[in-house]
Structures are given as structure tokens and as C-alpha cells.
Design a protein around this ligand. Structure first.
Ligand code: PLP
Length: 374
């Protein structure tokens, strides 16, 4: 055996406080080591049904089409847009950060006629701006937004855009990758048509699955499509035929990942959604206070717009962004994230998601940062 190969057993424990993945509870990791089952084994089918039932509760929806897609959050994004958009459809995408931009790029590749409503990084969009764009030209068929923009730390309220989507009979696509399980996401109450997340953020399962839900309205639109969904793998109707009672083989489900999500969702529901949202808020407030006490400046100035699960903080003048992150990781065993796009080198991104959202983790990080910035 090569002496340079990494020993997985020797990997150090790392406190994950970056923009994801978050810490995974030992019982969730252990769930992955449960005996392998075939993906059509009746015992696995029961685990799938339970997972779907728990996902519905976490999304606060009764949508029959609710399932974890095989793939990361980006697969959720691509599935939502690919199923909703037909070539030449008018699509409005709200862009106030890196992931909104990714949505707009995907919508373009899908042949949509994309209008971007762009606001500066660190701000939320004013629904009137969106309305103004919607009023011009053909009625939009799809309106897409990122709920919790992980690149900036801004939370975009869903309801006003949901009302607009209804008014124009457009489908509302919401990226809840960084919010689901940490910040209220109530799909039915808010009126969201297509919503996706990632297993590795506030749900605290490892990366690899994209929880997904589609409203009956979205499914009616899908049934009426003139053209097939461009992606065979992400065609919701095909995927749903496996996750639904027909059990039609589509692709081999990542069995052990589903075990992990099953256990992670159990933990979410054991804690209770309300309690979990409150914990995220409490921990975020402690983090904000700790960072400010160190003399650091939070990048999102309006506290009402901050995401409880992801905080952006300005890298102080003259401080080596990457050097601090490297030392945090190597000397203190703590991971945080750097900035993306125009905020590269300008901010650090600190995640307090799921199992990572704990006061003891915040104290450890703030103490380490204090030491490094002295
Ligand atoms: N959307 C948002 C808001 C994200 O934060 C991320 C990942 O950080 C994604 C989409 C993409 O998810 P993934 O990296 O799991 O593909």
C-alpha cells in the first residue's frame, strides 16, 4: 500500500462551520452502516415511504410528489427548472447572489427567455421591482428565487413573491438549500410550487440527496408540457414513478444515503421544527454578538434580512483571508468558508446549520478567531 495514501481512520474530527456540509450526528453516520438492501427490497421500500412522510412534514406540505432526488442541491435546482421550463417560456429569476445567478444560467440553458431582477449582493429584492418586470411583455411562466442566499447571508421572504406568481399564473420555484430545517420553510402555507433543498445543510445528513417537493399545480403544468423534459434522469414524472406506489425502476436509489436521510429527518422531527428554528436563531444571535464583540462587521447590515443558518462577516482590512481559514482548520480543527464571486476575499461565511448550530461550537469558533485576530 502506498505510504502517501490517506488513512480514512486517521482523519481528524473537524468542526464544520462553513457554508455546508454541516456536522453529521453519529447516529446518522451509523445509520449509513446498516446492512445493505436491494433498492426494490420491500424493507427498503418501507424506509423510502417513511422518508417521504418525514420530508412532507419538514417541508410542511401535503404534496404527493415529495421525495429525495439522487444528487446534491444543484440536482434539485436543475430538476425544478428543467421540469418547470419549456423552451421560449418567459422566466423571471431574482438574483442577489451566486446561487440566483446559477438559477438564471440554468434557465437560459433550458431555453427560457430569462429576465433577471438583479439587486446588489447583501440586499433582498423589493417585490415591486419584480412586479415591474413581470408587467412588461409576455406573462412569466416561472418565477425563481433563492430563499437563503448562501453567498451573501440574505434571507429573501417568500410570500410576496408567491403572491406575485399566483397573480401571473407563474410557477414559483424556491431554493431552500440553506434554509430547510433551520429557518421556517412552509411550502403549502407560502404557496410554493417547486421547492428543493440539500441533505448536507440544516438537515445534517451527508451531501448527496436533494429533498424535493412539487405542488399539484406544478404537476398539472408538467402533464400539459408540449415537449419532454430535457433531462431524462431528472424527469419528475419518471422519478416519481419509482418513489410512488408503482415502483417502476428508474435508477438505483443510493440506499445508504437514504438511510442517513431517514435518520437525520427523525432527529429533526424529534426536536420539533419550531424548536429547531428557535435554536438556529438563538445560536445565530450568539454568533453575531460574539463576532461584533471581536470588532468584526457583519456583512448583512439589516438584522431582519440575516439568515439564522449562514452568517457573512467582513474580513478586516489587512487580514489574510485564506491564511486565517487555513490556520483555523489546521490548528483549531474548525472549518469556515471564504467569499464567492465579488465577495471573494472580502467575507468569511460561517454556517450554523443543523448539528453545527450549537452554542458550544460558536464559543469555540469565536475564541479561536479572537486568538487569530489579536
Ligand atoms: N443553492 C444554494 C442556496 C446553495 O447554498 C447551494 C450549495 O451551497 C446550492 C444551491 C447547491 O447545492 P450543492 O452544492 O449541494 O449542489
Amino acid at each position: 500500500m502506498s505510504s502517501t495514501r490517506t488513512s480514512l481512520e486517521g482523519l481528524p474530527e473537524t468542526l464544520l462551520m462553513g457554508p455546508g456540509p454541516s456536522m453529521v450526528h453519529p447516529s446518522t453516520l451509523r445509520a449509513m452502516a446498516a446492512p445493505s438492501l436491494g433498492h426494490l427490497d420491500p424493507r427498503f421500500l418501507a424506509i423510502m415511504d417513511e422518508t417521504v412522510g418525514m420530508l412532507r412534514r419538514v417541508f410542511a406540505t401535503t404534496n404527493p410528489i415529495t421525495l429525495p432526488l439522487s444528487g446534491t442541491g444543484t440536482a434539485g435546482m436543475e430538476a425544478a427548472l428543467a421540469n418547470a421550463i419549456e423552451p421560449e417560456d418567459r422566466v423571471i429569476v431574482v438574483v442577489n447572489g451566486y446561487f440566483g445567478d446559477r438559477m438564471a444560467e440554468m434557465a437560459r440553458r433550458l431555453g427560457g427567455e430569462v429576465d433577471v431582477v438583479e439587486v446588489p449582493w447583501g440586499k433582498a429584492v423589493d417585490p415591486e421591482q419584480v412586479e415591474e418586470v413581470a408587467r412588461r411583455g409576455r406573462a412569466p411562466r416561472v418565477l425563481a428565487m433563492v430563499h437563503a442566499e448562501t453567498s451573501t447571508g440574505v434571507l429573501q421572504p417568500i410570500e410576496p413573491l408567491a403572491a406575485l406568481a399566483r397573480q401571473y399564473d407563474a410557477l414559483l420555484v424556491v431554493d431552500a438549500v440553506t434554509s430547510l430545517g433551520g429557518v421556517p420553510v412552509e411550502v403549502d402555507r407560502a404557496g410554493v410550487d417547486l421547492c428543493y433543498s440539500g441533505s448536507q445543510k440544516c438537515l445534517s445528513a451527508p451531501p448527496g440527496l436533494a429533498p424535493f417537493t412539487a405542488s399539484p399545480r406544478a404537476m398539472r403544468r408538467l402533464e400539459a408540457r408540449k415537449r419532454d423534459v430535457f433531462s431524462w434522469y431528472l424527469d419528475l414524472r419518471l422519478v416519481a414513478a419509482y418513489w410512488g406506489q408503482q415502483r417502476v425502476y428508474h435508477h438505483t436509489a443510493p440506499v445508504h444515503m437514504v438511510y442517513a436521510l431517514h435518520r437525520a429527518l427523525e432527529r429533526v422531527l424529534e426536536e420539533g421544527l419550531e424548536a429547531r428554528w428557535q435554536r438556529h436563531r438563538r445560536v445565530a444571535r450568539a454568533l453575531w454578538a460574539g463576532l461584533e464583540a471581536l470588532g468584526l462587521q457583519l456583512a448583512v447590515t439589516d438584522p431582519a434580512l440575516r439568515i439564522a443558518s449562514l452568517t457573512t462577516v467582513r474580513v478586516p482590512e489587512g487580514v489574510d483571508d485564506a491564511g486565517v481559514r487555513r490556520t483555523l482548520l489546521e490548528e483549531f480543527g474548525i472549518e469556515i468558508g471564504g467569499g464567492l464571486g465579488p465577495w471573494k476575499g472580502q467575507v468569511w461565511r460561517i454556517g450554523t446549520m443543523g448539528e453545527s448550530a450549537a452554542l458550544r461550537h460558536v464559543s469555540r469558533l469565536v475564541a479561536a478567531l479572537g486568538e487569530l485576530l489579536r
